[in-house]
Every structure is written in structure tokens, then in C-alpha cells.
Design a protein around this ligand. Structure first.
Ligand SMILES: [Zn+2]
Ligand SMILES: [Zn+2]
Length: 169
């Protein structure tokens, strides 16, 4: 199964390559890196000075028809939240992760965790209370505290789901 990492940020190729290698370790998925430019100005909220993640995700789904996780350079939000690190459709096709708040300390590790987390949602995982990358994170403290791996329960579910989809496609 192909899965696209849509890079809209200025992250360099070696960073993206190493992220995709690390993701591959746990998932039997063929990650492909795409430097992706699209006009996202429509999703900017002038009052909040942030981008609406629901609108971005909806737009990306319209213009890109494969499975994807978008790496977004700016701060994102959804209604009733001050900000979010990422958003994905549960059992859907796409997700988005913002690198804006993940810099600079532990950046690579934080981004890997948030990418895994959103990809987990795309493959049907919900938030998890075990020691697991599917812990909900509301702050950088939460991001740093959670592990960068799936608990055995989530990893099983993830692999089953990917296996099922691979059979169909
Ligand atoms: Zn989540
Ligand atoms: Zn878990």
C-alpha cells in the first residue's frame, strides 16, 4: 500500500527520509515523499492568525486522491481548541501535522510521534490510555512524555487494519 507524505514545509530530504524509514519499521506501508505546494491561504483565520485544519484537510482530500499525511509549516486549529498538533480522519484517507509548535527541542522525535499518531487515526486507532503513541497530547509536555511507539494492542490493530486494506486494494 502506498502512503504519501505531503511535505508543505521547508524540511529537508534527509529529515523526511529518516522519518519515513522510522515509520516503515512498524507499518507494512510504502511511504512516498512528495514536496507538495498548494494554495492554503483560504484556510487562514485573520483573527486567530492560524489555519483551520478542518478546511485544510477537506481541501487536500479534494485535490489529492491517495492516502496522505501532510506536513504543514504553520499553526493550525479546530473550533473550540486553542491549537492542535495534528488532525486526521478516523478510518479515512488523510491527515495533517503542523510542525509550528514542535520546534526546536526534540523536534525530530516530536514530529515522528505526531505523524505516527495521526497515521494511527487514519488506520482506525482511537486515543489510548496505555503507554502508547496514541495518547492524546494537549501540550508539548504531553508530546514529550508519550512514547514514540504503539502499545502492543494498538500495533496489532494497526497491522490488522493495514493487512485488511492491502487485501482489498
Ligand atoms: Zn489524536
Ligand atoms: Zn495503544
Amino acid at each position: 500500500m502506498d502512503f504519501y507524505i505531503l511535505n508543505c514545509s521547508d524540511l529537508n530530504e534527509s529529515t523526511l527520509n529518516s522519518l519515513s524509514m522510522e515509520l516503515k519499521k512498524e507499518m507494512n506501508v510504502n511511504f512516498k515523499i512528495f514536496n507538495y505546494k498548494f494554495d492554503f491561504s483560504f484556510a487562514f483565520n485573520q483573527i486567530r492568525m492560524q489555519y483551520n485544519a478542518d478546511l485544510l484537510l477537506k481541501k487536500l482530500r479534494e485535490i489529492f486522491d491517495k492516502r496522505f499525511i501532510c506536513i504543514f509549516p504553520h499553526d493550525i486549529y479546530v473550533e473550540n481548541m486553542n491549537f492542535i498538533f495534528g488532525l486526521a480522519e478516523l478510518n479515512g484517507r488523510g491527515g495533517i501535522v503542523s510542525i509550528f509548535r514542535l520546534k526546536d527541542k526534540n523536534f525530530h522525535e516530536r514530529l515522528l510521534k505526531e505523524m505516527k499518531h495521526e497515521i494511527g487515526h487514519i488506520f482506525g486507532l482511537k486515543h489510548c490510555e496505555n503507554k502508547c503513541v496514541m495518547n492524546f497530547s494537549n501540550s508539548l509536555y504531553d508530546v514529550d512524555r508519550k512514547p514514540d511507539y504503539f502499545c502492543s494492542h494498538c500495533l496489532n490493530e494497526l497491522r490488522n487494519r493495514i493487512g485488511q486494506i492491502s487485501l482489498i486494494e
